[in-house]
Design a protein around this ligand. Structure first.
Ligand code: GDD
Ligand code: MG
Length: 352
């Protein structure tokens, strides 16, 4: 059985972070995001190949995962000549498939039991099975109405407030029968959410819902991207290196240098080669990427710093995200919700 990961989007809502780093490989602590999805797919022994459907900066992604042998799974890349939309991408990547295929949006993190979804798909002899999950604000997603037997009766992508009739949304995880792809036109953009699913409903084909209310998040905005880190540090999503770390859950690389007189408060993550100078403070829910240097008296509090940054003396970075190779001058204050792209330099005393 094959799995297609839709990982071709531009990640516009995560800009500027995604200008040089496509969304599927933004780091979560020190691992590219797709590692978490590959881990989940590997839990289903039947899945013997993962097809990465790419469009935006494909080489960057291929460089990281190669043919998959290092991860003990076969990985193949299908790069669209131009973005084909979510359905067009599935057809383009899965045109030669004959067996049921698992399709995953490349930006969702979840602990779903995928084998159970596949089982339901087979038991119901479904043409398509979709995972639904409850959320507080359905407007940003595809809302899905079902009947008493768990059949999908309506699919509405990005509804207006007055169109929301349920908080069950499309979790971006499907099992599909390839012989349903014949309705998807070749070589023109087509949406799985706006065209393919509504077409299944319209033609009354067996389109089944699997409701999941465990951990699920779409990492596609800076707020959600930061939330994922907090959830892993708090154990709401169980993943290394926090899975078995005792309180206060400070994960500090043995290869980092923390000078005497620096303060580290868990939960936090400090990667290889980091230098934290005397008098600096790393507060709870901070993530400090590889080779980043935090100078005397600087404060990092609930912020995510990507690798190779320099945070100068007395600077404060609070609840912000800082891309790679950034340089924050002396006494800079960066506060709530700021997001800096790679290689940003902030002059001494800047407030942002
Ligand atoms: N290959 C390819 N080509 N991939 C694409 C394309 C394309 O043209 N367009 C989008 N993708 C990929 C994105 O990289 C992402 O992994 C996935 O398809 C979904 O696109 P998003 O842009 O993240 O969509 P969304 O988050 O607004 O909405 C989707 O996900 C929600 C759940 O997170 C929809 O599927 C909603 O119905 C759903 O609720
Ligand atoms: Mg998304």
């Amino acid at each position: 059985m094959k799995a297609i990961l839709l990982a071709g989007g531009k990640g516009t809502r995560l800009r500027p972070l995604t200008i040089h780093t496509p969304k599927p490989i933004v780091p979560i602590f020190n691992r590219a995001f797709l590692h978490y999805q590959i881990d989940l797919l590997k839990q289903v022994p039947e899945i013997d190949e993962i097809i990465l459907s790419l469009n935006y900066q494909p080489r960057r992604i291929e460089e990281i995962f190669g043919d998959g042998s290092a991860l003990d799974i076969r990985i193949r890349y299908v790069v669209e000549p131009a973005p084909l939309g979510t359905a067009g991408a599935v057809k383009y990547a899965g045109d030669s498939l004959t067996d049921s295929v698992v399709v995953f949006n490349g930006d969702v993190l979840t602990q779903i039991d995928l084998a159970a979804v596949i089982r339901l798909h087979r038991e119901r002899r479904a043409r398509a099975t979709i995972v639904l999950t409850p959320v507080e604000h359905p407007m940003a997603y595809g809302v899905v109405e079902t009947d008493g037997e768990g059949n999908v009766r309506r699919f509405l992508e990005k509804p207006r407030p007055d169109e929301i009739t349920t908080n069950h949304i499309n979790a971006g995880i499907y099992v599909l029968e390839p012989d349903t792809f014949d309705r998807i036109p070749s070589a023109v953009p087509w949406s799985i959410e706006r065209s393919y699913f509504p077409s299944l409903v319209e033609r009354r084909e067996t389109f089944v819902a699997y409701v999941y209310d465990g951990y699920w998040i779409d990492i596609g905005t800076p707020e959600k991207y930061a939330q994922v880190h907090r959830d892993i540090m708090d154990g709401r999503f169980v993943a290394p290196p926090f899975a078995h770390l005792p309180p206060p859950r400070a994960s500090v690389s043995p290869d980092a240098r923390i000078e005497d007189g620096a303060t580290i408060e868990g939960p936090c993550f400090i990667d290889d080669g980091v230098l934290v100078k005397a008098g600096a403070r790393i507060g709870p829910y901070s993530v400090v990427g590889r080779q980043t240097q935090i100078d005397e008296g600087a404060v990092i509090d609930g912020a995510i710093l990507w690798p190779n940054c320099r945070i100068s003396q007395e600077a404060t970075v609070r609840n912000a995200i800082v891309g790679r190779h950034c340089h924050l001058g002396r006494s800079v204050t960066l506060d709530n919700g700021a997001v800096l792209g790679d290689k940003t330099t902030l002059t001494d005393y800047t407030r942002a």
